[in-house]
Design a protein around this ligand. Sequence first.
Ligand code: GRF
Length: 223
Amino acid sequence: MMRLAILISGRGSNMLRLANVVATGADQTQIVLVAANKPCQGLDSAAGAGLPTQLVDRHDFADKSGQEDALAEAIEAAGADWILLAGYMAILSASFVDRFRDRIINIHPSLLPDLKGLDTHARALSAGYRRHGATVHLVTPALDDGPILLQAALTVSRDETESELAARVLALEHALYPFVILALAAGDLRIIDGNPHWRPGARSIELADTTISDVLKKTVIWP
Ligand code: GRF
Protein backbone atom coordinates (compact mmCIF):
# COMPACT_ATOMS: atom_id res chain seq x y z
CA MET A 1 0.00 0.00 0.00
CA MET A 2 1.35 3.42 -0.99
CA ARG A 3 0.16 6.21 1.28
CA LEU A 4 0.41 9.42 -0.73
CA ALA A 5 0.70 13.05 0.30
CA ILE A 6 0.22 15.44 -2.62
CA LEU A 7 1.59 18.97 -2.40
CA ILE A 8 0.06 21.68 -4.56
CA SER A 9 -0.07 25.47 -4.95
CA GLY A 10 -2.56 26.14 -7.72
CA ARG A 11 -5.06 24.63 -10.12
CA GLY A 12 -4.52 21.05 -8.95
CA SER A 13 -5.39 19.22 -12.16
CA ASN A 14 -2.59 16.66 -11.74
CA MET A 15 -3.67 16.11 -8.14
CA LEU A 16 -7.27 15.47 -9.21
CA ARG A 17 -6.13 13.18 -11.98
CA LEU A 18 -4.02 11.21 -9.49
CA ALA A 19 -6.96 11.09 -7.11
CA ASN A 20 -9.25 9.70 -9.81
CA VAL A 21 -6.76 7.01 -10.71
CA VAL A 22 -5.95 6.14 -7.12
CA ALA A 23 -9.65 5.61 -6.47
CA THR A 24 -9.57 2.84 -9.08
CA GLY A 25 -6.69 1.05 -7.35
CA ALA A 26 -7.85 1.52 -3.79
CA ASP A 27 -6.15 -1.58 -2.49
CA GLN A 28 -2.69 -0.38 -3.57
CA THR A 29 -2.74 3.39 -3.14
CA GLN A 30 -4.40 5.88 -0.86
CA ILE A 31 -4.22 9.67 -0.73
CA VAL A 32 -3.81 10.50 2.94
CA LEU A 33 -3.19 14.24 2.54
CA VAL A 34 -3.43 17.06 0.02
CA ALA A 35 -1.47 20.02 1.36
CA ALA A 36 -0.96 23.48 -0.10
CA ASN A 37 1.35 26.33 0.80
CA LYS A 38 -1.28 28.92 -0.07
CA PRO A 39 -5.05 29.02 -0.57
CA CYS A 40 -5.74 27.73 -4.06
CA GLN A 41 -8.30 26.21 -6.37
CA GLY A 42 -6.71 22.77 -6.04
CA LEU A 43 -7.17 22.68 -2.28
CA ASP A 44 -10.86 23.51 -2.69
CA SER A 45 -11.19 20.80 -5.35
CA ALA A 46 -9.49 18.24 -3.10
CA ALA A 47 -11.83 19.06 -0.22
CA GLY A 48 -14.78 18.83 -2.61
CA ALA A 49 -13.57 15.39 -3.68
CA GLY A 50 -13.57 14.28 -0.06
CA LEU A 51 -9.79 14.16 0.32
CA PRO A 52 -8.08 15.17 3.58
CA THR A 53 -6.65 18.65 3.08
CA GLN A 54 -4.39 20.99 4.99
CA LEU A 55 -3.23 24.52 4.30
CA VAL A 56 0.31 25.14 5.55
CA ASP A 57 0.55 28.77 4.53
CA ARG A 58 4.00 30.30 4.28
CA HIS A 59 2.54 33.54 5.62
CA ASP A 60 1.61 31.91 8.92
CA PHE A 61 5.26 31.23 9.75
CA ALA A 62 8.17 33.49 10.55
CA ASP A 63 10.43 31.80 8.05
CA LYS A 64 10.57 29.11 5.40
CA SER A 65 11.98 26.46 7.72
CA GLY A 66 9.07 26.93 10.13
CA GLN A 67 6.62 26.33 7.27
CA GLU A 68 8.56 23.27 6.08
CA ASP A 69 8.70 21.80 9.59
CA ALA A 70 4.93 22.14 9.90
CA LEU A 71 4.48 20.61 6.46
CA ALA A 72 6.74 17.67 7.33
CA GLU A 73 4.85 17.11 10.57
CA ALA A 74 1.52 17.13 8.73
CA ILE A 75 2.87 14.59 6.23
CA GLU A 76 4.17 12.32 8.96
CA ALA A 77 1.00 12.67 11.03
CA ALA A 78 -1.00 11.58 7.99
CA GLY A 79 1.19 8.49 7.73
CA ALA A 80 2.29 9.24 4.18
CA ASP A 81 5.20 7.27 2.80
CA TRP A 82 5.40 9.04 -0.57
CA ILE A 83 5.20 12.76 -1.34
CA LEU A 84 4.00 13.78 -4.79
CA LEU A 85 4.66 17.35 -5.89
CA ALA A 86 1.99 18.47 -8.34
CA GLY A 87 2.47 22.14 -9.09
CA TYR A 88 3.95 22.88 -5.66
CA MET A 89 5.49 26.29 -6.32
CA ALA A 90 8.19 26.46 -3.67
CA ILE A 91 11.70 25.12 -3.64
CA LEU A 92 12.08 22.53 -0.89
CA SER A 93 15.15 22.88 1.30
CA ALA A 94 17.85 20.21 1.41
CA SER A 95 16.87 19.31 4.96
CA PHE A 96 13.24 18.67 3.94
CA VAL A 97 14.35 16.59 0.96
CA ASP A 98 16.76 14.60 3.15
CA ARG A 99 14.02 13.95 5.69
CA PHE A 100 12.04 12.14 2.95
CA ARG A 101 15.00 10.88 0.92
CA ASP A 102 14.00 9.00 -2.27
CA ARG A 103 10.34 9.40 -1.31
CA ILE A 104 9.54 12.69 -3.08
CA ILE A 105 8.43 12.72 -6.71
CA ASN A 106 7.78 15.70 -8.98
CA ILE A 107 6.28 16.30 -12.40
CA HIS A 108 7.87 18.98 -14.53
CA PRO A 109 6.54 20.29 -17.86
CA SER A 110 9.62 19.78 -19.99
CA LEU A 111 11.95 17.05 -21.15
CA LEU A 112 14.50 17.43 -18.38
CA PRO A 113 17.35 18.20 -18.21
CA ASP A 114 16.17 20.76 -20.78
CA LEU A 115 14.13 23.72 -19.55
CA LYS A 116 14.43 23.52 -15.79
CA GLY A 117 12.47 26.19 -13.92
CA LEU A 118 9.44 28.20 -15.00
CA ASP A 119 7.74 29.16 -18.28
CA THR A 120 8.85 26.02 -20.04
CA HIS A 121 6.32 26.18 -22.87
CA ALA A 122 7.14 29.75 -23.86
CA ARG A 123 10.84 28.95 -23.71
CA ALA A 124 10.41 25.80 -25.80
CA LEU A 125 8.57 27.82 -28.47
CA SER A 126 10.96 30.74 -28.52
CA ALA A 127 13.94 28.39 -28.78
CA GLY A 128 12.28 26.65 -31.75
CA TYR A 129 12.09 23.22 -30.10
CA ARG A 130 10.45 20.57 -32.25
CA ARG A 131 10.19 18.18 -29.30
CA HIS A 132 8.78 18.96 -25.87
CA GLY A 133 7.01 17.10 -23.10
CA ALA A 134 6.94 16.23 -19.43
CA THR A 135 9.13 14.44 -16.91
CA VAL A 136 8.41 12.59 -13.69
CA HIS A 137 11.49 12.51 -11.51
CA LEU A 138 12.73 11.91 -8.00
CA VAL A 139 13.36 15.08 -6.05
CA THR A 140 16.85 15.88 -4.87
CA PRO A 141 18.00 19.14 -3.29
CA ALA A 142 19.01 20.55 -6.72
CA LEU A 143 16.04 22.09 -8.60
CA ASP A 144 14.46 19.87 -11.29
CA ASP A 145 17.54 17.67 -11.25
CA GLY A 146 16.73 14.29 -9.64
CA PRO A 147 16.82 10.89 -11.35
CA ILE A 148 14.26 10.64 -14.16
CA LEU A 149 11.57 8.00 -13.66
CA LEU A 150 9.75 8.47 -16.97
CA GLN A 151 9.22 11.08 -19.66
CA ALA A 152 6.58 11.60 -22.32
CA ALA A 153 7.27 13.65 -25.44
CA LEU A 154 5.31 15.27 -28.24
CA THR A 155 6.16 17.04 -31.47
CA VAL A 156 5.67 20.79 -31.36
CA SER A 157 3.35 21.88 -34.16
CA ARG A 158 4.19 24.70 -36.53
CA ASP A 159 2.44 27.92 -35.42
CA GLU A 160 1.32 26.38 -32.13
CA THR A 161 0.57 28.94 -29.42
CA GLU A 162 1.90 28.73 -25.89
CA SER A 163 -1.52 27.89 -24.46
CA GLU A 164 -2.13 25.19 -27.08
CA LEU A 165 1.22 23.63 -26.33
CA ALA A 166 0.62 23.87 -22.57
CA ALA A 167 -2.71 22.10 -22.94
CA ARG A 168 -1.19 19.26 -24.96
CA VAL A 169 1.66 18.80 -22.48
CA LEU A 170 -0.81 18.87 -19.58
CA ALA A 171 -2.76 16.03 -21.21
CA LEU A 172 0.49 14.06 -21.37
CA GLU A 173 1.14 14.85 -17.71
CA HIS A 174 -2.27 13.51 -16.78
CA ALA A 175 -1.35 10.17 -18.34
CA LEU A 176 2.27 10.09 -17.28
CA TYR A 177 2.03 10.84 -13.56
CA PRO A 178 -0.62 8.24 -12.66
CA PHE A 179 1.21 5.71 -14.82
CA VAL A 180 4.37 6.14 -12.76
CA ILE A 181 2.52 5.98 -9.43
CA LEU A 182 0.60 2.85 -10.38
CA ALA A 183 3.86 1.31 -11.61
CA LEU A 184 5.43 1.98 -8.22
CA ALA A 185 2.40 0.56 -6.44
CA ALA A 186 2.50 -2.56 -8.60
CA GLY A 187 6.24 -3.05 -8.15
CA ASP A 188 6.86 -2.52 -11.87
CA LEU A 189 9.06 0.41 -10.87
CA ARG A 190 11.32 0.26 -7.84
CA ILE A 191 13.65 2.85 -6.40
CA ILE A 192 16.85 1.19 -5.25
CA ASP A 193 19.62 3.32 -3.76
CA GLY A 194 18.04 6.38 -5.33
CA ASN A 195 17.90 4.91 -8.83
CA PRO A 196 14.83 3.80 -10.79
CA HIS A 197 14.54 0.20 -11.95
CA TRP A 198 11.72 -0.67 -14.35
CA ARG A 199 10.55 -4.22 -14.78
CA PRO A 200 10.93 -5.10 -18.46
CA GLY A 201 7.58 -5.02 -20.26
CA ALA A 202 5.92 -2.90 -17.60
CA ARG A 203 4.08 -0.68 -20.06
CA SER A 204 0.63 -2.24 -20.04
CA ILE A 205 -0.95 -0.83 -16.91
CA GLU A 206 -4.54 0.10 -17.64
CA LEU A 207 -6.58 2.78 -16.01
CA ALA A 208 -10.33 2.82 -15.67
CA ASP A 209 -11.02 5.43 -18.33
CA THR A 210 -8.06 5.11 -20.64
CA THR A 211 -5.34 2.72 -21.55
CA ILE A 212 -2.18 4.51 -20.54
CA SER A 213 -0.09 2.42 -22.86
CA ASP A 214 -2.18 3.71 -25.81
CA VAL A 215 -1.56 7.29 -24.76
CA LEU A 216 2.11 6.82 -24.16
CA LYS A 217 3.24 4.10 -26.50
CA LYS A 218 4.47 6.44 -29.20
CA THR A 219 5.80 9.09 -26.91
CA VAL A 220 7.26 7.51 -23.82
CA ILE A 221 10.95 7.80 -23.05
CA TRP A 222 12.36 5.19 -20.69
CA PRO A 223 15.31 6.05 -18.49
C1 GRF B 1 2.02 21.27 -14.20
O1 GRF B 1 2.35 21.70 -15.49
C2 GRF B 1 3.20 20.62 -13.54
O2 GRF B 1 4.01 19.92 -14.44
C3 GRF B 1 3.95 21.81 -12.99
O3 GRF B 1 2.96 22.67 -12.54
C4 GRF B 1 1.76 22.45 -13.28
C5 GRF B 1 0.69 22.16 -12.29
O4 GRF B 1 -0.57 22.10 -12.88
N1 GRF B 1 4.89 21.38 -11.99
P1 GRF B 1 -1.81 21.57 -12.04
O5 GRF B 1 -1.87 22.43 -10.77
O6 GRF B 1 -1.55 20.14 -11.71
O7 GRF B 1 -3.01 21.76 -12.89
